[in-house]
Design a protein. Structure first.
Length: 66
């Protein structure tokens, strides 16, 4: 399930008001870029917390060990 973004209510409130629509229309590209950057940052931060390095594998070269 997709988590609701924290900025969704704020953006929704902006779009409901007359002045908010004017601001959102004027700065739509900046808002889109900022929200995309935030999503990338949040996903990277979340991924960095969950990642753990797998143990290194021993490679078999086809030769018998000495």
């Amino acid at each position: 399930m997709i988590r609701r973004h924290k900025l969704v209510p704020l953006i929704g409130g902006l779009l409901l008001s007359k002045g908010g629509r004017r601001v959102a229309g004027r700065h739509a590209g900046k808002l889109a870029l900022a929200s995309l950057a935030y999503e990338v940052w949040r996903n990277r931060r979340q991924g960095a917390q969950q990642k753990h390095r797998p143990e290194p594998r021993t490679r078999w070269s086809g030769r018998a060990p000495r």
